[in-house]
Design a protein around this ligand. Structure first.
Ligand code: ADP
Length: 665
């Protein structure tokens, strides 16, 4: 289907390149255009997909980094808090063994472990331990055997136990400070051991040990594990109980052996955690996955040294929330990007549509302008033609006016001619009654002289009718010769016929004249009846001036009389046919008919076949002109049975009841 724009006058073939609807015009060109379009779209899609990947990657990286930074800050705060708490606890107890060692009772019992002194030392240690809120406080002799202990009353008392192998005894016996975390060999409870040598007269005579329970320390929140590792990396404090006595990294065999030797963690198996370092971050931090499989939890591991003792505090922060947050932000950004792309695509489409609309509008405007130009050109032509037509109409109106004037003149001339023609007849017509009048009046005088009054009376009546007839002849003549009076457009047909017949009365003598009326207003009943012009028929009124109608009838009947002049039994038939809107008056004779060469020229003015003085050739021309003036027509034809028939057709005038004359029509 072709684009609607192609049908516009302003559309040019070059516009088809930008129009997809033109694909049907040239198939090869269409395939080329389609391929280029598909490639372009694929390229755009690829670029957009690459953009989406880049935006998502960047968002993920930034969100991840920000999340990890936040985790690190939280871990640092936690680490600071925990370190401070642990250090303050350890420092509080740091000097307690020394103070206990300085007590004379302790020094005495180490020098001489008498029974009553041991008892006194036990009570003293019990008292100190209770007040210091330590776990156990005890004194070890120079040979490594415990002499007195705060738990001397308990069944698992330390008194008499050998501690020569314990590092904290070895360190203190050497004159240093012993710091050691281990599981107790007797109590099997883990604890932190602080030891100081006891000097008497400059010589080390024993060791005082304070054991502290640190199990409270890491807290109990397993979601954010907090660990403390010893100098070998063994976890001895952990908020996740299962990780206790495990290592973050696998330990070398010699270290494992030394741990075993000192019974530091009793019979606990020291095994590494199933930890896998995924990424090493700057500043003693890693991302580790603890456990196997992808669903194993991942943590941000941060480490810090606690100093003396040589421990490390390890914080584990779950990375899951950071991953979730980064994923959410990335997905949202991705959606945002896709939404922006769709928005851009929509905007582009819209702009293309607007551009196309603008182009179409411009094209339409151009076409409209062209159309206007063409209309203007045509209008100019039409205006010229109109002016020409108006000039012609004016010319024709003028010619018609001239013709009408000429016709009027001709009518007048024809009347005068007819008057001349009639003059002889009229003279004869009047001479005859005048002679009769003369003889009637002579006879009447004789009858009166003789006293024959009845005969005289009859003669006088005859004289009266003769004068009446003469008056009528004169009146007709006066009417005929006079100029057209103001036209009445209603002419009773019966009256006009009557006058015409009366005027031609003398010539009609010896001619058979029949008058018939056929009423075709009612199709069912169209029989012809005899027509008597002296009686009624007030409904037969033609739209024509009455004198003119009379004149036409006189012409037609006069011509018929001329035609039958030499015929043995002359006949004239006048038939009136009435329709709803028209009436036709036919005048038929049984004359020789109209010769073929005469027929075309019948209505020409001054055309006549009659002898000089007999006719002027104006009768039919005037009659036809009158018929046209009245909105009717006059036609002639030869009858099959011989003779000519002239038909005058006129419009019927509406007859109002008030206008119908009663009798005299
Ligand atoms: P005019 O009677 O003066 O000749 P018309 O115009 O009345 O002029 O008639 C023109 C001609 O038409 C006549 O000369 C005659 O030849 C012919 N014509 C008219 N009426 C008849 C008729 N009834 N029969 C035969 N010819 C006729």
């Amino acid at each position: 289907m072709r684009h609607a724009l192609h049908r516009l006058p302003g559309f040019e073939p070059r516009h088809a390149a930008a129009c997809r609807a033109c694909a049907t015009i040239t198939p090869s060109r269409s395939i080329h255009l389609e391929a280029a379009l598909v490639t372009r779209r694929l390229l755009i899609l690829l670029v957009l997909a690459a953009g989406l990947a880049a935006v998502c990657a960047l968002t993920w990286t930034l969100a991840w980094k920000s999340g990890i930074d936040s985790l690190r800050r939280d871990a640092a705060v936690r680490g600071d808090r925990t370190t401070a708490a642990l250090k303050s606890t350890l420092e509080r107890y740091e000097s307690l063994p020394y103070i206990v060692g300085e007590h004379p009772l302790v020094q005495d019992v180490l020098a001489n472990p008498k029974r009553e002194w041991v008892l006194a030392a036990n009570r003293y240690l019990e008292d100190v331990n209770r007040h210091a809120r330590a776990t156990t406080t005890y004194i070890i002799g120079a040979d490594g055997e415990c002499i007195a202990a705060s738990n001397w009353r308990d069944p698992d008392s330390f008194v008499g136990v050998q501690y020569r192998f314990r590092p904290y005894f070895i360190d203190a016996a050497k004159g240093g400070v012993g710091r050691f975390f281990a599981i107790g060999t007797i109590s099997h409870d883990p604890g932190y051991y602080l030891s100081q040598p006891v000097r008497r007269e400059g010589k080390i005579v024993g060791v005082v040990v304070v054991k502290l329970n640190l199990e409270w320390f890491p807290g109990t929140d397993p979601t954010e594990p907090l660990l403390v590792t010893d100098d070998h990396g063994v976890i001895f404090l952990s908020s996740v109980p299962a990780w206790k006595y495990r290592t973050v990294r696998p330990l070398p065999a010699d270290i494992l052996a030394s741990i075993d030797e000192t019974q530091q963690y009793a019979r606990q198996t020291i095994a590494p955690l199933p930890a896998h370092v995924e990424r090493v971050l700057e500043g003693d931090a890693d991302i580790v996955r603890i456990g196997r499989g992808l669903r194993a939890p991942r943590y941000l591991e941060t480490r810090r040294a606690l100093g003396e003792p040589d421990w490390h505090l390890v914080t584990m922060s779950p990375v899951g929330p950071v991953v979730d947050a980064a994923r959410s932000v990335t997905v949202m950004t991705g959606f945002g990007y896709v939404s922006l792309c769709l928005l851009g695509f929509y905007w582009r489409q819209r702009r293309a549509r607007v551009n196309e609309m603008m182009k179409s509008r411009a094209m339409l405007q151009k076409a409209y302008a062209m159309l206007n130009e063409r209309v203007a050109e045509r209008t100019a032509d039409l205006s010229q033609a109109n002016e020409q037509l108006q000039r012609e109409v004016h010319e024709r109106a003028r010619a018609e006016a001239e013709l009408r004037a000429a016709q009027d003149e001709l009518i007048q001339a024809s009347k005068l001619a007819a008057l001349g023609q009639m003059a002889a007849g009229i003279t004869h017509e009047l001479n005859q009654p005048l002679a009769a009048l003369r003889s009637f009046s002579d006879n009447t005088r004789v009858f009166l002289e003789r006293g024959q009054y009845e005969a005289a009376h009859e003669n006088l009546e005859a004289i009266g009718s003769l004068t009446e007839r003469m008056g009528k002849i004169v009146n007709q003549l006066k009417l005929f010769v006079g100029r057209a009076r103001p036209r009445s457009l209603r002419s009773p047909v019966a009256g006009a016929l009557r006058n015409a017949l009366a005027l031609l009365g003398k010539r009609l003598a010896g001619v058979s004249v029949t008058l018939t009326l056929t009423d075709r207003t009612d199709a069912a009943d169209a029989a012809s009846v005899a027509f008597d012009p002296h009686r009624g028929h007030a409904e037969l009124v033609a739209q024509c001036d009455d004198l003119r109608l009379e004149q036409v009838l006189i012409n037609l009947i006069g011509n018929a009389l001329d035609a039958v002049a030499d015929v043995p039994s002359p006949r004239i038939a006048i038939d009136i046919e009435v329709q709803a809107a028209t009436l036709a008056i036919g005048v038929r004779d049984n004359g020789p008919g109209i010769p073929d060469d005469v027929m075309p020229r019948l209505f020409e003015p001054f055309f006549t076949t009659k002898e000089m003085g007999q006719g002027m050739g104006l009768g039919l021309a005037i009659s036809s002109s009158i018929a046209r003036d009245c909105g009717g027509s006059l036609a002639a034809q030869n009858e099959p049975g011989g003779g000519a028939r002239f038909v005058l057709t006129l419009r019927r005038a509406q007859v109002s009841a008030a206008r119908v004359p009663a009798a005299d029509v």
